[in-house]
Design a protein around this ligand. Structure first.
Ligand code: GLA
Length: 387
């Protein structure tokens, strides 16, 4: 995907004039899944794939003319229309515009054309890439770049909550906005502090295997899990009026056991996963510092097990990819992102890489009729203006 490609479409579909071009990446996450909205730690990094948009103020009060290049779909809408557009991709543009207005950016009518090479529905957060790319553009075009990066992260998250029906955490938007080439980020989602963590595992590669099973977080399954976690916190807080319990981050294993009977097995098991995941992220941090990739990998398998059997966000195809990784002696493998389809992330020794990929393609195709897609992870930079 290059600037000239996006520019040629922008010129063709609008009035022939050029605008400014922005880029924001998708993200990976080494470990720490479904911990962000529980106040825990996550370990994301931006990838070298993302969304590129050309944008330009069009002189109208509130008319947005939007073209999704990959979908060959054009939607025009008014910012002042309380309902907003129906097309799901256009709702990201509408939502982020409204959220940037709330931050004081005087967003008026604009033209936008965008394209992406971050695969949709693969769990690499194409949606956060859109939000942060559009936020970066609106901040530049209408806001004199006065909005801080953290506020853009939160505006992206609010877009998901208020316009797209996903009550997500902040990991994806944070990875997309703050990403740095060659570095993962250890982010504390409660304090919102993070540190860059150079990631160059000598002798290993990170590779994603995309099951190409559609990953759709909108609607209930994702939000249901978040509700389960919040319900457990509510019950623990009621039992301990002396304490401060905002998220599962504040809760101990003992407190979870105390409310097991009252919250029921489903909520209990989900919270059990989250407490385990919280511990695993910290163990992975220590292991990374010690250069102990065997432990990192072991924790990745444990996370997969938890996401599959406790949190129940896996699917047959992802479990199968995880089994193939295990059979091939891959150091670590797990579902990445929200779940319900998408990718596994695999930490694999260089010398095993070729055989693993060939074996995964062959076995997966024999069972499901198509090969998984393979993406070698290159950790790239966060949102930026290209020209
Ligand atoms: C999605 C959400 C994130 C996070 C992950 C799971 O990607 O957008 O906020 O909850 O799922 O870790």
């Amino acid at each position: 995907m290059d600037i000239e490609f996006v520019r040629s479409r922008f010129i063709k579909h609008f009035d022939g004039k050029t605008g400014n071009v922005y880029h924001s990446p998708g993200r990976i996450n080494l470990i720490g899944e479904h911990t962000d909205y529980n106040g825990g730690f996550v370990f994301p990094g931006a990838v070298d794939k993302g969304i590129m948009a050309e944008m330009r103020a069009n002189g109208t009060e509130d008319t947005v003319m939007a073209y999704a290049i990959d979908l060959k779909d054009r939607v025009d809408f008014h910012l002042n229309d309380p309902a907003g557009p129906r097309a799901s991709w256009a709702r990201y543009i509408y939502g982020i515009s409204k959220e940037m207005q709330k931050l004081g950016v005087p967003v008026k009518g604009f033209n936008i054309a965008f394209a992406g090479d971050v695969p949709l529905g693969a769990g690499m957060s194409s949606s956060a890439a859109m939000e942060s790319c559009f936020a970066c553009g609106l901040n530049d075009i209408f806001g004199e770049n006065k909005v801080e990066k953290w506020d853009m992260v939160l505006a992206g998250q609010a877009t998901e909550h208020n316009y797209c029906g996903v009550n997500c955490g902040i990991m994806d938007q944070c990875g997309s906005v703050f990403g740095k080439a060659g570095c993962l980020m250890r982010l504390d989602c409660r304090s919102r502090e993070f540190e860059y963590f150079p990631f160059k595992p000598e002798g290993y590669r990170l590779v994603l295997l995309d099951s190409v099973v559609k990953h759709e977080l909108a609607g209930s399954p994702y939000n249901d899990r978040r509700n389960s976690c919040e319900n457990v916190v509510k019950h623990i807080a009621a039992k301990h009026p002396e304490g401060k319990f905002e998220t599962l981050r504040d809760c101990t294993w003992e407190q979870l056991e105390e409310v097991r009977a009252e919250v029921g097995e489903e909520d209990y098991t989900r919270a059990h996963f989250v407490l385990g995941e919280k511990d695993r992220v910290l163990a992975v941090c220590d292991a990374l510092l010690a250069g102990d990739y065997e432990t990192v990998g072991k924790k990745m398998y444990e996370t997969h097990y938890g996401l599959s059997k406790e949190y129940e966000v896996s699917c047959e195809e992802l479990d199968y990819l995880n089994d193939i990784a295990k059979e091939n002696g891959v150091t670590g493998s797990r579902i990445m992102g929200g779940g319900f389809g998408g990718c596994t992330i695999n930490l694999v020794k260089n010398e095993l890489y070729d055989k693993f990929i060939a074996d995964a393609k062959q076995k997966f195709a024999a069972k499901y009729g198509h090969e998984p897609k393979v993406y070698d992870v290159v950790i790239g930079d966060g949102s930026r203006k290209l020209c």
